[in-house]
Structures are given as C-alpha cells and as structure tokens.
Design a protein around this ligand. Structure first.
Ligand SMILES: Cc1cc2nc3c(=O)[nH]c(=O)nc-3n(C[C@H](O)[C@H](O)[C@H](O)COP(=O)(O)O)c2cc1C
Length: 196
C-alpha cells in the first residue's frame, strides 16, 4: 500500500511539472497610448542598475513585450524590422514565477522553465533573454529589440539595463530551436529611488 502511495505521489508530481511548463498566460491587449513622447524618451533613456522590490504589473509587462517585439500591423509585421521580415528572434522573460517565451501572434506567454532565476540576474524584477539564429544580421535584429524595450521603459520611468554578463544564466536550460544562441539579456525594474 505504501508503495502505491509513493507511485501515485511521483505520478502526480510528474504531471504537475509537465503541465506547469505548458502554462499559457494570455496578456491583455497592449495600451498604445500614454507614456512620454519619443523625443523625451530618447532624451531620458539610460541604464538603471538598482531596482526596487516593486513588482512590474502584467499590464506593464504586456506593453513592454509588445513594444519590444509585438505585431504592429494587420499583415503580421513587427515593431522592429528584420532582414526579409524573417522575425526569428525569440524573447524569453525570466520573472518570479519562472521563465516564459513571448508568442507575438497570440500576444501571450508560454512557460518554459519553472524556476525563479531573478537572483541570477542581479535581483532584477524581470529579465529578457534574447535568442536568435547565428547569421550575420541576427545581432542587429536583437539590438533593435532591446532599444525598443529601452525606449518604452524610459517613456514610463521603468528602469532597464542591457547586460552581456548574464548570457550564461539560462545557457543550456532554455528549449532553444536548433542553431539558436543567446545574444544578450536586458533586465527591468522600478528604480530604487523613484518607485513609480
Ligand atoms: C550590448 C551591451 C552589453 C552590455 N553589457 C553589460 C554588462 O555585461 N554589464 C553591465 O553592467 N552593463 C552592461 N551594459 C550596459 C552599459 O554599460 C551601459 O549601457 C553603458 O554604460 C552606457 O550607459 P547608458 O545605457 O546609461 O547610456 C551593456 C550594454 C550594451 C548595449
């Protein structure tokens, strides 16, 4: 009998871990109004290194993901350009409840890892990990995305910093497509001194 309980327990744990990774969160439609003007955002863009504990709401995350790599036209083109419109960059978001892959077509997040990696990203509230194929133009594509994210952040006083030093945190852990690599990370959080 005891053995049966152990088997049932293990099966339940296995199912829970499998289903947890398949979790999908539908994000609210991005709010495309508000924020500072583009010129003001450009003049205020900067790297922030100290983040407060204040969470980033799902609404802000929705806007941030859309501003970074969302679809902005009915034909499926994106907020950032890619050569031949290949759209091959993948954005992963590491946050308190695991690591999620952004799906632009459905504007949703799919969980890919259960663990909280925030401590490994310098205690940032949310960190994006940018992955793409290894072609000549792929680093350029990634750069366009992190600048979009930096400008949206500046427009709402959200802190952000692009960091090469954390590219190893999820190395070998993410379910990357064949031939992909992690290029850069970008962390976000409300600045410590101005918790807006
Ligand atoms: C591609 C790239 C890689 C970076 N890597 C790191 C990093 O590994 N560690 C770090 O502390 N800052 C990193 N930064 C942040 C820069 O140090 C920072 O952007 C720079 O000092 C300029 O400051 P600003 O963004 O406020 O203009 C990186 C920035 C870029 C664009």
């Amino acid at each position: 009998m005891k053995r049966l309980y152990i088997v049932l327990f293990l099966l339940t744990a296995l199912c829970m871990s499998i289903f947890a990774k398949d979790t999908v969160v539908q994000l609210s439609a991005p709010n495309k109004t508000g924020g500072k003007s583009l010129l003001q955002s450009l003049s205020e863009r900067h790297a922030t290194r100290d983040f407060s504990d204040k969470p980033i709401s799902l609404e802000i995350l929705s806007n941030l993901l859309w501003a970074t790599w969302g679809i902005n036209r009915p034909d499926g083109h994106r907020v950032a350009p890619t050569a031949k419109n290949k759209q091959e960059v993948i954005v992963y978001a590491a946050k308190n409840d695991g690591v999620w892959r952004y799906e632009a077509a459905s504007h949703s997040l799919t969980k890919v890892l259960d663990k909280d990696y925030r401590a490994d990203f310098g205690n940032s509230t949310v960190s994006f990990v940018y992955a793409a194929p290894q072609g000549e133009l792929d680093p350029l594509h990634v750069g366009a995305l992190f600048q979009n994210a930096g400008l949206y952040s500046a427009s709402i006083n959200l802190g952000n910093i692009v960091r090469q030093k954390y590219i190893g945190v999820l190395e070998g852990k993410l379910p990357l497509p064949e031939g992909y690599k992690i290029y850069i990370t970008q962390s976000f959080g409300w600045p410590k001194e101005e918790t807006k």
